[in-house]
Design a protein around this ligand. Structure first.
Ligand SMILES: NC(=O)c1ccc[n+]([C@@H]2O[C@H](COP(=O)([O-])OP(=O)(O)OC[C@H]3O[C@@H](n4cnc5c(N)ncnc54)[C@H](OP(=O)(O)O)[C@@H]3O)[C@@H](O)[C@H]2O)c1
Length: 305
């Protein structure tokens, strides 16, 4: 299967579909990524936070070394540690990610969230800090200049934060990674990003079905069921096709070969405008990842689109 590509505003190309890796660990993570490469996935999404950069790197290097793919065929995204947002330590943090990955560069390095966190003695405790993401961005720009990251972008930023970032930036972000699901279609933020030549990646594109049962319920929705029958696709595939046609690159996570294959099989059908409009009406706007614990933070992003 051939994935569509999008050209980023700095000239690099990004496969418009990838494998999410949150909660993939150990051998299971490596096996999932190797299998995904074998069947044609080229874009992999990790983060410092997922604690699996090592496994992602092992799997990727194995498939490069055995000749299945070349490094330049792959698109690897990682995200900045939320506790290393000071300009002076962003580069150190990026180099540490590269060391864990065992790679010379990442294709895309993202600020994981506009809200950063304070170092605490208790790792479980989440204490937001007021470090301005504009400062963090200067460190990100340096990572690009040094070639540690080919492209740089953001995640979980709202439209005002992107506007403010662009007006201060020397290098424009190429991508905003945000939640896009049947429940939260993100129409206005995707359009806003498009107007600024910023691509969008859609996270939790299946609505994290086993963890957020109220979102999986939409898979039983008559409109989803009708399209599922019409196109002979599963509700998961209907969800992913919806995210694609909303204009976001879906990055579903799965540890199962069957579901990794199923999720990738979404490029041979197309919803009409009418069908897309109908699907855009069924969501409640509820988020899989509301970041409630950061609600009082200075840069909490989800009060506006
Ligand atoms: N930037 C951010 O702040 C942020 C936040 C959240 C997520 N992300 C990224 O986005 C990726 C995807 O989001 P996510 O992991 O939260 O949720 P998701 O991809 O929407 O859902 C993953 C869950 O769905 C199950 N699943 C996968 N394919 C399925 C299918 N065809 N039918 C039924 N169930 C299926 C998986 O279980 P199995 O493994 O058992 O198949 C897993 O439990 C993450 O892994 C991460 O890379 C980024």
């Amino acid at each position: 299967m051939q994935v569509p590509y999008v050209t980023l505003n700095d000239g690099y190309r990004m496969p418009f579909f990838g494998l999410g890796t949150y909660s993939l660990k150990g051998d299971e993570a490596e096996a999932a990524i190797e299998y995904a490469i074998d069947i044609g996935y080229r874009h992999f999404d990790t983060a410092y936070l997922y604690n699996n950069e090592k496994e992602v790197g092992n799997a990727v290097r194995k498939k490069i070394n055995d000749g299945t793919v070349k490094r330049e065929d792959l698109f690897i995204t990682t995200k900045l540690n939320l506790k290393t947002h000071h300009e002076s330590i962003v580069i150190v943090s990026c180099k540490e990610s590269l060391r864990r990955l065992g790679l010379d560069y990442v294709d895309l390095f993202l600020i994981h969230s506009p809200v950063s966190l304070k170092e605490t003695d208790d790792n479980e405790k989440v204490l937001p800090s007021d470090i301005d993401y504009i400062e963090t961005w200067r460190g990100m720009e340096e990572c690009k200049r040094l070639g540690l990251a080919r492209s740089i972008g953001v995640s979980n930023f709202n439209s005002e934060q992107i506007e403010r970032l662009i007006s201060a930036a020397k290098i424009k972000p190429v991508n905003n990674q945000i939640e896009v699901t049947l429940n939260l279609n993100q129409k206005s933020l995707i359009q806003f990003c498009k107007n600024h030549d910023i691509t969008v990646t859609g996270y939790s594109p299946l609505g994290k079905p086993n963890k957020r049962p109220h979102i999986k319920d939409l898979w039983q929705h008559p409109k989803v069921q009708d399209l599922s029958k019409k196109y002979n696709k599963t509700p998961a595939q209907i969800s992913l096709r919806f995210v694609l046609q909303m204009g976001a690159a879906p990055i579903p996570k799965s540890s199962s070969k069957t579901r990794i294959m199923e999720n990738f099989d979404v490029f041979d059908f197309n919803f009409s405008d009418e069908e897309m409009n109908a699907l855009q009406d069924i969501g409640s706007g509820d988020r899989v990842v509301p970041l409630n614990e950061l609600k009082d933070a200075k840069y909490y992003p989800f009060n506006i689109a």
